[in-house]
Design a protein around this ligand. Structure first.
Ligand code: AMP
Length: 113
């Protein structure tokens, strides 16, 4: 399988504006931001989509949510932010490496569009 664009960012083969990194995940600013703050949080493990995750990924998935909170505090958006995971092409997923969108800095409607 060829590397996704996010796998290349994780391997530092292409540049990104990285805001957070630890052993299990990396977060960087979206190149086409949909809000004043738009960060993508990706596991270093190359899972293509959320529904490919298995029981063994439970700790990793929990870690991503905790990391999202850490990043939100770091960026001072912990008062209000939205997390989005697009799973599958029809939901809007365009990069097939699991990622959480962390969005903040403007009002968000509900239900989402
Ligand atoms: P999704 O549509 O949920 O798969 O989200 C993919 C996101 O990745 C989009 O918001 C893109 O703007 C973003 N994106 C794609 N390539 C890059 C890149 N090289 N650096 C930063 N963000 C990217």
């Amino acid at each position: 399988m060829t590397d996704s664009i996010f796998a290349k960012i994780i391997k530092k083969q292409i540049p990104a504006d990285i805001v957070y990194e630890d052993d299990l995940c990396l977060a960087f600013r979206d190149m086409n931001p949909q809000a004043p703050v738009h960060v993508l949080l990706v596991p270093k493990k190359p899972l293509d989509m959320l529904t490919s995750a298995q029981e063994e990924d439970q700790t990793l998935l929990g870690h991503l949510l905790l990391a999202a909170g850490t990043i939100a505090r770091q960026l001072k958006i912990d008062g209000a932010f939205r997390l989005v995971i697009n799973n599958g092409e029809e939901s809007g997923q365009s990069v097939f490496h699991v990622h959480l969108h962390i969005l903040a800095g403007r009002p968000f409607r509900w239900p989402p569009g």
